[in-house]
Design a protein around this ligand. Structure first.
Ligand code: PGA
Length: 257
């Protein structure tokens, strides 16, 4: 048994206005009981404009739900129209920040170098990155999946020290499984999460690798979460579509029952 505390995070992407966001987190809390939060972290990542509203609900109802952001700018402040900095997120009690999600890599041109700067900034301010890596379908079919993921990991972590392994979450999200309903088999997901951990061991050391949490993401649903989470190197899930339904996300969080 690993001593790592799993993290189940909901990535709401560009869904829900701030009123719907308030409802979603309230309903989620309604479906969950104290035991569901034991020995695992539950995190929601709403759009920027809803962070304040969701934070207020979490605070006033004293909910054991963590707050995450979906992106950040690496600088603390500056003339970067439309961007949001890590210190701003920190002031809203955000503890996790997703960095390098495949949608950002593909649609907004984020390279490993940019992701590296973001991870650095997130760590610098004492927040926790959820660093996303994952191969495309073509890359998997060409037998290059591990190579691609290892490359992303190296580039995104280049020159970054890891003092507290618990403070780094890596999300393995095969691009072909995101929003497609097509999930990696638990065996394939386990194999890649183990490869991620092995790479962390080679970049740092075994103790660091043993402490880092590695999530699986890509069409995680109530029906497949159990088999994924039972894999030894999978320490949680990054959930997109299914996190938009309080019932489904609650069922995912309650996968141990
Ligand atoms: P999905 O998204 O669960 O809708 O496949 C996962 C993600 O993009 O983080």
């Amino acid at each position: 048994m690993s001593s790592r505390t799993p993290v189940i995070a909901g990535n709401w992407k560009m869904y829900k206005d701030h009123l719907e966001a308030i409802q979603l987190v309230q309903k989620l809390a309604y479906h969950l009981e104290a035991e569901d939060y034991e020995d695992q972290e539950v995190v929601v990542c709403p759009p920027f404009v809803s962070l304040r509203s969701v934070q207020t609900v979490i605070q006033s109802d004293d909910l054991p739900i963590g707050l995450g952001a979906q992106n950040c700018h690496p600088e603390d402040e500056g003339a970067f129209t439309g961007e949001v900095s890590v210190p701003m997120l920190s002031r809203l009690d955000v503890t996790y920040v997703i960095a390098g999600h495949s949608e950002r890599r593909a649609l907004f041109g984020e390279s490993d170098a940019v992701v590296n700067e973001k991870v650095r900034a997130i760590q610098h301010h004492g927040l926790r990155p959820i660093l996303c890596v994952g191969e495309s379908l073509e890359e998997r079919e060409a037998g290059r999946a591990v190579e691609v993921v290892v490359q992303q990991l190296r580039g995104s972590l280049d020159g970054i020290a890891i003092d507290d392994p618990e403070a780094l979450v890596v999300a393995y999200e095969p691009v072909w499984a995101i929003g497609t309903g097509r999930t990696a088999t638990p065996q394939d997901a386990q194999e890649m999460c183990a490869a991620v951990r092995a790479e962390v061991a080679s970049l740092y050391d075994q103790a660091t690798a043993d402490g880092v949490r590695v999530q699986y993401g890509g069409s995680v649903k109530p029906g497949n979460v159990k088999s994924l989470m039972s894999q030894p190197d999978i320490d949680g899930a990054l959930v997109g579509g299914a996190s938009l339904s309080s019932e489904d996300f609650a069922l995912i969080v309650r996968h141990r029952r």
